[in-house]
Design a protein. Sequence first.
Length: 232
Amino acid sequence: MPISHTISENLARVKQRISSACERCDRDPAEIQLVAVTKYADLDWVKALIDLGQLHLGESRPQQLAERCEQLPKSVIWHMIGHLQRNKVRPVLETEAIIHSVDSLKLMKRIDRLAGELDILARVFIEVNISREEAKHGFTPENLSKLLPTLETSPHVKVLGLMGMAPYAEDPEMARPYFRELREIQQRLNSSHADQKPFTSLSIGMSGDFEVGIEEGATHIRVGSALFEGLA
């Protein structure tokens, strides 16, 4: 079976899953931005996705993000979804990627400074360690409020919302309390800063649990393996 046909079927299946999840929670599928995670995908597979109209692509390695930005059409909207070291910020900003993984005040300040030098407005998500796993990055829910004063003094950064990951589990339902907690954190922050409401989006849910993410308020889902099933 041609690669393009397999990917077309996979993309259609993912979109149907999105529609079904939205129907269950009375949401419009247009509210959900599918980010195709391409970090393990061959370039030909990525090109097939683009040909099908999937233009939001996510990478977790800054070097591969920069390389693929050069190799693929300018119409692609890039998302940096992996951990971002401060010394790798400039090449990521040069791609104008949306950064899903701002996990420290130092990183936020560096993004703001370099975005100012590049004369761009960096678009970011604040990563929250909702699983509280030591191996994962992000602000703890308890210290997230410390970030707010920095947001007010970061003119070159636009915060889109919050990002979080649930612990790995075979059962997608195990992710629900973690996604729900992030949504509740979002609501509390916005209600306490009604004049700003900086956290309008939620980046939650991957191939195994994105339906639960949608039901709990996701606006962005990061899907990789489900799009490339059946390919070597």
